[in-house]
Design a protein around this ligand. Structure first.
Ligand code: ZN
Length: 63
């Protein structure tokens, strides 16, 4: 995960909170910014819909 403040690539995970979503508290060792990331569950159905929309967008756009 890249630091949102200074774009440093190696941020540290301070804590992980697991429930139906996974939250990770991270800290950037370079600038000291701490922030939280949340993992979102995507089902196959959602992924298929996304793929269809992406394809449709491609077809709608004249090249
Ligand atoms: Zn940083």
């Amino acid at each position: 995960m890249i630091c949102p403040k200074c774009a440093y690539e190696k941020t540290c995970v301070i804590a992980t909170i697991k429930s139906t979503t996974v939250q990770r508290w991270r800290k950037c060792p370079k600038c000291g910014t701490s922030f939280c990331t949340i993992e979102i569950l995507k089902t196959d159905e959602e992924l298929n819909r996304y793929a269809k929309e992406a394809l449709k967008e491609k077809l709608d756009r004249p090249e």
